[in-house]
Write a protein that binds this ligand. Structure first.
Ligand code: G16
Length: 546
């Protein structure tokens, strides 16, 4: 069987590539201004079909979102059959297709892929797709559907939903009627699975006070609203920033990325949050979570991905011990260079900790090496993975005491409440609430597990971020030559100083992270390193970070 060239040609001609742009499948797929993505999304439709055919007709996911980025941005990422990110070797194929300059080169690139990857075109192709609430989403979905039409792909529209729900659906569809069904392959199935396990985990605990959720004016609004109905009084949810239709307000002055980068309360919550009350922020596609609270003096305290990892990992380790499985189940942590030095110290005194480059795919794969792998990026993106053998062990282990039996039941329910396909703000929120309920912690006790080193993240706009190359899990620069030793010289001048520089995979900027013993020093170090980066690339002095 060969490619339906005429159909592809006719549809491809309706989605021409803008000549001046180069696209790159990066940290989280393709991401740029929504108005520039028509041709990319059409081609992603084609690639999803090829990927499905290559995997014998397994269902592939396609999510149209730009997550925490501004409303005018959009993006697209592919999801592999178990709900994980697209296999790394296919990222290059995605980039090649996206950059084919004409319809003819697109068709010849497709042809090359089919033959070099030995794709049997007679196999079926199945895809499930969704989008977030961005205004550019509807027309981009139409471009995607043209891609599906061009290859006669069987496509299921999951509508407007969160990224983690789309990942859940992919896994649920592909595991239906197998030995390891992941859940009912509907949004209701997801809600039931998570809320059912949550209720079992908090049964018998004192009533949980209401939790404020900042929905970032994004797609998390509808999912949180629905989940709230399933949870009922087991976890009262109070939703804010729920306007998904007014232009320009998605992720604006709110959301998980705002909280993490500004290290302050979204202004819209100021009138609603009482001292001591827990609150959390989702991001624009509800795959990141930040908790926070105000102390008695009204000071803001952030509980980020590192704090979530510490809370959750310690709880799981205790349950594994209580279940009598300490010798059989190894729990480990995966972080990135952004992890606060305070968290890395706290965790590595208790558990094996690995550092990997930014991007969920890196963390996810590293976490798979543990029996139970806890991975969180400081920005609030993360989850917990239970290896297949561990899940069998937990399901089959015979406890010898009532205490072991209780711990084992809790672990088995945790397997259900956690979305193991990808970081999921709502699932992570339930997980956090379970631990807080079991520990009788408020935000204050949770926060006191360890003290964060003051830190600062700065963006630097440079003419070409591609010249920045890193090694050692992005902790050191190898290019531009000589820049790392200048950074090292600076860092040595600061007590507990640490800083690194890396090109973003989702925005056209270079990121600079710095931490130090005191706040003023962390800020100063970040801006001095940002200045070094700026000088190195010869930018306009008027734009120099200060
Ligand atoms: C995406 C990735 C995350 C990454 C973040 C920022 O998040 O999924 O793993 O931390 O981008 O990446 P970078 O610093 O390379 O721009 P999201 O929530 O936007 O999908």
């Amino acid at each position: 069987m060969s490619l339906p060239i005429d159909t592809i040609r006719a549809l491809a001609n309706e989605h021409p590539k803008p000549g001046h742009l180069h696209f790159q499948y990066g940290t989280a797929g393709f991401r740029t201004l929504g108005v520039n993505l028509d041709s990319v999304i059409f081609r992603v439709g084609l690639l999803a079909g090829l990927r499905s055919k290559k995997l014998d007709g397994k269902t592939i996911g396609v999510m149209i979102t730009a997550s925490h980025n501004p409303e005018d941005d959009n993006g697209v990422k592919l999801v592999d059959p178990r709900g994980e990110m697209l296999e790394a070797s296919w990222e290059a194929h995605a980039t090649a297709l996206a950059n084919a300059t004409t319809t003819d080169t697109l068709i010849s690139t497709l042809d090359q892929l089919v033959s070099s990857l030995r794709i049997d075109l007679s196999k079926p192709a199945k895809v499930v797709y969704a989008r977030d609430t961005r205004p550019s989403g509807a027309s981009l979905v139409a471009s995607l559907e043209d891609g599906f039409r061009a290859l006669n792909i069987e496509a299921r529209n999951a509508g407007i939903t969160t990224t983690p729900i789309l990942h859940y659906l992919v896994r649920a569809i592909n595991t239906k009627e197998t030995k390891e069904p992941y859940g009912d392959d509907t949004e209701e199935g997801y809600m039931q699975k998570l809320s059912g396990a949550f209720k079992k985990l908090v049964a018998g605990k004192p009533a949980i006070p209401p939790l404020i959720i900042d929905c970032a004016n994004g797609v998390g609004t509808q999912a949180a609203r629905e989940l709230g109905q399933y949870l009922g009084s087991s976890l009262p949810l109070v939703l804010h920033n729920t306007d998904t239709t007014s232009p320009g307000i998605l992720n604006h002055g709110c959301g998980a990325d705002f909280v993490k980068t500004q290290q302050k309360l979204p202004p819209s919550l100021a009138a609603h949050l009482r001292p001591g009350q827990r609150a959390c922020s989702l991001d624009g596609d509800a795959d990141r979570l930040m908790y926070f609270y105000l102390d008695d003096r009204g000071h803001f305290h952030m509980l980020d991905g590192d704090k979530i990892a510490a809370l959750v990992a310690a709880f799981i380790v205790d349950l594994v011990k209580s279940a009598g499985l300490e010798e059989d189940i190894r729990v480990g942590i995966v972080q990135t260079a952004y992890a606060n030095g305070g968290s890395t110290k706290y965790l590595s005194e208790r558990l094996p900790v690995r550092c990997v480059p930014t991007g969920v795919k890196h963390l996810h794969h590293a976490a798979e090496h543990y029996n139970i792998g806890v991975y969180f990026e400081a920005n609030g993106h993360g989850t917990v993975l239970f290896s297949p053998e561990t899940q069998v062990k937990l399901a089959e282990h015979q406890p010898s005491t009532p205490a072991q039996s209780t711990a084992l039941t809790h672990l088995n329910n945790l397997v259900q409440v956690i979305n193991q396909t990808v970081g999921d703000a709502l699932s992570d929120m339930l997980l956090v609430e379970v631990v807080l309920a079991h520990r009788s912690y408020s935000g204050i006790e949770w926060d006191s597990l360890y003290v964060d080193l003051p830190n600062r993240l700065v963006k630097v706009v440079v003419p070409d971020r591609a010249i920045f190359k890193t090694e050692d899990a992005e902790r050191r620069l190898v290019n531009p030559p000589g820049l790392q030793s200048k950074i090292d010289d600076l860092v040595r001048k600061y007590e507990s100083g640490r800083s690194f520089v890396r090109p973003s995979g989702t925005e056209d900027v270079v990121r600079v992270y710095a931490e130090a013993r005191v706040r003023a020093q962390a800020d100063e170090l970040a801006f001095r390193v940002a200045g070094l980066v700026y000088d190195e690339t010869g930018g306009d002095p008027a734009q120099r970070p200060s």
